[in-house]
Write a protein that binds this ligand. Structure first.
Ligand code: NAP
Ligand code: BGC
Ligand code: ZN
Length: 356
């Protein structure tokens, strides 16, 4: 079968041939429909995040997949089920985090991430997966199912952030999403019915398709070149919730300044090492005297995938059409990995739902 991988020498993703995998006991065989591309894939391709499986000279890419079960192999799944795989798998026979059903809470070294670190991804015509790592979604969502994984990232982060505010009467009205990449834009859409006022920050000038999307969702665009994060309270308002999806490390600290009293920020970005100066005393004081919180959040579990499927079902088709700027077949998949201002969200298509 065909697969898309990065190889030892680095460089652009390439098409390779691999044997079709055989499902082991407890695993199903899935025919891949589509696999999305996000900022993490670009980091993996650049070699700044993740790593190859032990002893291998390549890594099959892809962690945002949707597929159709073709061989249930004695599991509870049925042939034809449309499924989205979770990303983490247990190395060396498992550990307490996987046993509890909380693989997203496992520390580094105690997980592999398919298509990212230690385990091949889903950018292949077929993949196998333990049945408990496959989340069934309605067939109507098959076309957009590759968006369930990134939305699940937001479901987890919001759950953790809100949980940190559960000890008192918190009634958040406004949210600021930092980043107008695919994760930021999906988050604006997912937060739409949870906040009265939404802001989304990028560093682009008009005309720009991401600004159009932000405004079509009824959110206010903030250009960080004109209004830096700490200035948002003066120019707009102090947000009750900040969702950082830029990977721009100063934003973690600027979030503390920008938040409204009693607010919470969720940090999602994965920056490289980066040293810069901050006024630690002022930030510490701000944290304490205004009861603020920051949560870091990575990955997601089955419950977050289920919530994400519901959020996806509620998203307007016109938003999804604008967000997904390209779905590319295997004969011309390179544009799926383009990194320019007209490419927002892309996917590689291995099979359409009709030809499953
Ligand atoms: P992305 O497509 O690279 O998006 C990042 C966006 O942030 C880009 O649109 C970029 O603008 C914008 N940006 C960067 N620096 C900025 C600045 N100083 N001011 C304003 N805007 C800025 O990546 P993504 O897929 O949306 O993911 C976002 C981040 O979340 C990445 O760091 C990724 O690694 C991380 N992530 C984490 C998880 C998790 O589980 N924690 C999951 C998925 C992704 P331009 O396009 O104009 O450069
Ligand atoms: C993926 C997560 C993963 C994280 C860190 C994200 O892009 O969506 O599943 O845990 O990267 O590798
Ligand atoms: Zn991702």
């Amino acid at each position: 079968m065909h697969a898309i991988a990065v190889t030892e020498g680095g460089g652009d993703p390439v098409l390779i041939e691999k044997p079709r995998p055989e499902p082991a006991a407890g695993e199903a065989l899935v025919r891949t429909l589509r696999v999305g591309v996000d900022g993490t894939d670009h980091e993996v391709i650049a070699g700044t995040h993740g790593g190859f499986p032990d002893g291998e000279d390549h890594l099959v890419l892809g962690h945002e997949a949707v597929g159709v079960v073709v061989e249930p192999n004695g599991t509870d799944l049925e042939e034809g089920d449309v499924v989205v795989p979770t990303v983490r798998r247990a190395p060396n026979g498992g550990n307490e985090f996987f046993a509890r059903g909380e693989p997203d809470m496992a520390p580094e070294g105690q997980y592999h991430e398919r298509g990212i670190v230690g385990d091949h991804g889903f950018m292949a015509e077929y993949f196998t997966s333990p049945a408990e790592c496959l989340v069934e979604i309605p067939p109507e969502l098959a076309e957009w199912g590759f968006l369930v994984e990134p939305i699940s990232i937001t479901e987890k982060a919001v759950e953790h952030a809100f949980a940190s505010r559960s000890a008192f009467a918190w009634d958040p009205e406004s949210a600021l999403v930092l980043g107008n990449g695919s994760l930021g834009l999906l988050t604006v859409a997912a937060l739409d019915d949870r906040f009265d006022r939404l802001y989304c920050l990028g560093r682009r000038y008009r005309p720009d398709p991401t600004i159009d999307i932000i405004e079509s969702l009824g959110a206010t665009y903030v250009n960080s070149e004109e209004t830096a994060v700490p200035e948002v309270p003066e120019v707009h308002e102090a947000p009750d919730f900040v969702y950082e999806a830029t990977g721009y490390a100063p934003h973690a600290f600027e979030t503390i300044e920008a938040l409204a009293p009693n607010g919470v920020g969720a940090l999602l970005g994965v920056p490289s090492d980066w040293e810069f100066e901050v006024d630690g005393g002022a930030l510490h004081r701000e944290f304490v005297l205004h009861n603020k919180a920051l949560v870091g959040s990575v990955n997601s579990g089955v419950g977050h995938f289920e919530a994400a499927a519901d959020s996806l079902a509620a998203m307007e088709e016109s938003f999804l059409d604008d967000l997904v700027t390209g779905v590319h077949g295997l004969d011309d998949f390179a544009p799926a990995f383009a990194d320019d201002d007209t490419t927002i969200k892309t996917a590689v298509e291995f099979a359409s739902y009709e030809e499953r």
